[in-house]
Write a protein of this length. Structure first.
Length: 479
């Protein structure tokens, strides 16, 4: 009977599957199954042998692994473990943040090399693998720290220009908010005060932002996962806060610029008008508005200074300053002396009398002051008793402190106690009531003379008031 070739091949394969393995070495077995269906199974067994998981002898009938085969298998495993760890170590050393753990990587590399050279004696591959994993984790944490530092640096990059802008805005606000602005631009002055508070609050906010960035940055460096997460979260919140501060600062800058524009430098037409308004001012009072005009101050400020100068000039016509009072009664400037002595024509008995005035206790007077007010201003009625003007009888010589004195406003003469024990004191005591009256009368007479001199000048100032008021009414203020 004739058969097809394919049928013969199938029968041969069936017989090969059913037959027990042939006796012999592994090569003979491989030659026997080369064309059979066991190729896939054989390939799997070969992979196990090559990896060292299964000794080759175990595939033979009756075969059993020996010590050399075990040693070879372990060697294969150790080489594979060393290769894997070496590759991971090489990758770790190439990491951008490897210098941060350079010592640990070097130590691990040395122990890995020793394990390879000394047959892994005393070494645990699993422990080395876990250590390598810890080093890789540290590098990951170092990278996360770098990201957090970058985020914090971004907050600084955003906040620092805001701080500079805020400082500039505060300086501009200070320059615009002049002392007299509450008078010539009260609404703008109130707005500037509000801006001042908001600027201070925003400045405090930016300072706290910077301190928080510094604190977060200081918490890094130990490659700790919790602190890194905290720093990243803080950086996000601080960046958001800086953006809000930027929006607020832009609003404040806009409000400030509107006020600044309204109080910008006076133009040529305003300057001409303001210059005309200064005509008639005393040179001393004209100085301040002229300086403001030269410095490029605003029209409102210069107008205010001119008005202030006119009011001051008006006030000066209504009062006598302390220095003016002193020069009227003493006859010389306070720069030349602060105490004045007057020899009086009257006598206390046979003794001369002089009156003392002290510049320190004097006060200014105005056109509405009564003669009593003028007397108090000249004689120092509001000062302590021993500081007031007084008349002295030269019983024991001109400068003897025991001499009888009459202090203004006391109503009696007060000599020292040891005055009565002197020969002159005993003589004065025989007619003390009369002597005391003579001393007081001499003082009052001179005081009336001084008061009258000041009152006459005040009357002249009162007449000048009408002239100043008329000039003031004729002023047409700029604006």
């Amino acid at each position: 009977m004739r058969r097809r070739t394919g049928e013969v091949d199938e029968e041969l394969e069936d017989e090969a599957v059913g037959r027990p393995p042939a006796e012999g070495d592994l090569g003979a077995i491989l030659m026997g199954v080369q064309d059979s269906a066991g190729n896939a199974a054989l390939a799997g067994l070969m992979a196990q042998v090559e990896s060292g998981a299964v000794p080759a002898e175990s595939l033979l009938p009756g075969g059993a692994p020996d010590q050399d085969a075990d040693r070879e298998r372990r060697g294969i495993q150790e080489r594979a473990t060393h290769l894997a760890l070496s590759q991971r170590l090489t990758k770790a050393k190439a990491h951008p943040h490897a210098p941060r753990i350079e010592g640990e990587l070097t130590s691990f590399e040395r122990r890995l090399r020793d394990a390879r050279e000394y047959g892994w004696l005393g070494m645990d591959a699993a422990a080395l693998g876990a250590e390598m994993s810890e080093l890789e984790d540290k590098l990951g944490r170092a990278e996360a720290e770098e990201e957090a530092l970058t985020a914090l640096a971004g907050v600084d990059f955003r906040r620092k220009p805001l701080s500079e802008r805020l400082k500039k805005a505060i300086m501009e606000r200070t320059a615009v908010a002049k002392p007299g602005m509450a008078l010539y631009a009260p609404e703008d002055f109130e707005d500037l005060m509000e801006l001042h508070e908001e600027f201070e609050e925003l400045q405090k906010r930016l300072i706290e932002n910077g301190m928080a960035v510094t604190t977060s940055r200081a918490s890094l460096g130990n490659m700790s996962a919790p602190t890194t997460v905290y720093a990243k979260s803080a950086a996000a919140n601080l960046a958001q806060d800086a953006e809000k501060a930027a929006v607020k600062l832009a609003e404040l800058e806009l409000a400030l610029s509107e006020i600044t524009d309204r109080h910008s430098r006076a133009n040529a037409e305003d300057r001409d008008r303001l210059t005309q308004l200064m005509d008639g001012l005393e040179p001393r009072l004209r100085r301040e508005p002229r300086l403001a005009l030269a410095d490029g101050s605003s029209r409102q400020e210069i107008d205010y200074l001119i008005k202030k100068a006119w009011l001051e000039q008006h006030e000066q016509t209504q009062r006598l300053a302390k220095d003016e009072v002193w020069e009227l009664v003493a006859g010389f400037s306070p720069d030349e002396g602060r105490v004045a002595y007057f020899d009086l024509p009257e006598r206390m008995g046979d003794w001369r009398i002089h009156l003392s005035l002290d510049y320190g206790v004097m006060k200014a007077v105005d056109v509405e002051s009564s003669q009593s007010d003028i007397r108090d201003a000249i004689m120092g009625g509001s000062a302590g008793v021993v500081m007031r003007s007084h008349a002295t009888a030269e019983v024991l010589g001109r400068n003897d402190p025991r001499n009888p004195r009459y202090y203004y406003g006391t109503g009696k003469v007060t000599p020292k106690k040891d005055f009565w024990g002197t020969r002159e004191g005993k003589a004065a005591k025989r007619n003390w009531s009369g002597h005391q009256s003579e001393l007081i009368d001499a003082f009052d007479s001179k005081a009336d003379e001084l008061v009258q001199a000041v009152a006459e000048v005040l009357e002249q100032r009162l007449e000048l008031k009408a002239v100043v008021v008329k000039v003031g009414e004729s002023l047409q203020w700029a604006g």
